[in-house]
Design a protein around this ligand. Structure first.
Ligand code: SF4
Length: 78
């Protein structure tokens, strides 16, 4: 599994329901903004397990994780 400093995390805000699951699973990586939408506050804030748990736990599937060096999409799996 890659490390947090080798990935890019993106939140598709158009799809974000504001449920807060990601900020619970990886609280040092994601935060909720004033519009109740998730933002990446620190892409290396949590370990990879927590970041993956956030992405996998997102009910709207709006968190994507891409390997920076290869450009391979890690989540959601293609
Ligand atoms: S888990 Fe997904 S839908 Fe819920 S706040 Fe985070 S990004 Fe938005």
């Amino acid at each position: 599994m890659p490390s947090p400093d080798s990935i890019t995390i993106t939140v598709n805000k158009d799809e974000c329901s504001g449920c807060g699951v990601c900020a619970t699973e990886a609280p040092d990586t994601f935060e909720m903004n004033d519009d109740d939408q998730a933002e990446v506050k620190n892409p290396v804030g949590d370990d990879m397990e927590a970041i993956m748990a956030a992405a996998e736990g997102c009910p709207s599937e709006c968190i994507s994780i891409v390997d920076k060096s290869s450009g391979t999409q890690i989540y959601p799996e293609a």
